[in-house]
Write a protein that binds this ligand. Sequence first.
Ligand SMILES: Cc1ncc(COP(=O)(O)O)c(C=O)c1O
Length: 356
Amino acid sequence: MSRKLFTVGPVNVAADTLKSMDKPMITHRSKEYKQLHADIEEKLHKALDTDYDIFMVGGSATVLLEGAARNGIAKKSLGLTSGSFGERSIEVATTNGKTVEVVKVPWGKAVKPADIEGKVKADIEAVHWVSNESSTGVFCDSCALADEVRSQNPEALVMVDAVTSIFAMDLKLRQLKPDSLVFGTQKDLALPPGLTLAVVSPEMMAKSAKMENKGYYTDFVKLKAKNDENYALTTPPVSLMFGLDYQLDKMLKEGMPARYRRHQQMADEVRNWANEKMQGILPEKGYQSNTINVINRGDLDFDKFHTALKARGMEISNGYGEVKKTTFRVGTMGDLTVPEVRELLDNMSAILEEMQ
Ligand SMILES: Cc1ncc(COP(=O)(O)O)c(C=O)c1O
């Protein structure tokens, strides 16, 4: 049975988007591919308002999160965490042999500049964090964190996991100047999973050029050489790239300010519902995600509630990590609209009444 997904990713893929990928295969060393790659690059630069290199690699986002750690850290980094994916980013670095100093704040709170005061010492080569913590629904102020990092150590690279915020919330890349900013296709781009992308700065490229033992698949120097010619380093998921080209057209037609507003409105609807019908949302005020709404569920029998919702043709997501049993999550990502979110919430209200 098909269901509309209000999940945290993979998210709902619209029928027209699925159709855009139903094209005869082309080889990735053909002129047609070169044109497709160039078109996507141009549209990404427009949508994200950046001149930095943007790499595309087959695999889930973790592939390029790992790539950033391998290209940007020789020995030591500082990892900031407020939930499961912050912890994951630390694990990604340590399992690649890096030493990571950790700054941890409680779940539901955002890491703030004051939390890293005095911590970005001279031997810290990079500071990494998650822009939108998918386990808690906390959206941190990456520009403020980057300013604090650079005020302490101008050499330290800023590595941002933007998997669940990019294209939905304005990350202000011209101000943030991320040395790496990583995401994948299965979240706000509203495509199937399988392609990961990274915005990469000249400073990251300079560091990568000197780095040893960074592997082949995500060697940023090799990726850039091919990307500069509008080719991929290794075989990319070409069908997904047809879809990406299509989704970027849709996005640019909507316009980024309108897109950011739509996400804000969808999230406001969910937040209002959570305040009225549940025990509000988990993230602290001022740091609330517009893509992943983490709702305090009290004594709600989530499995029963979700089974009833799925029977009505809609799916949301369970809580995650430490707050798995006390929250559930509603995704407001991609091409979803305010009326669709209202329809979801009306159904959720009706089910709550049935469960009384
Ligand atoms: C914030 C965040 N970072 C990283 C990941 C891992 O991404 P992937 O499964 O595409 O490797 C996820 C997945 O949900 C995420 O939400």
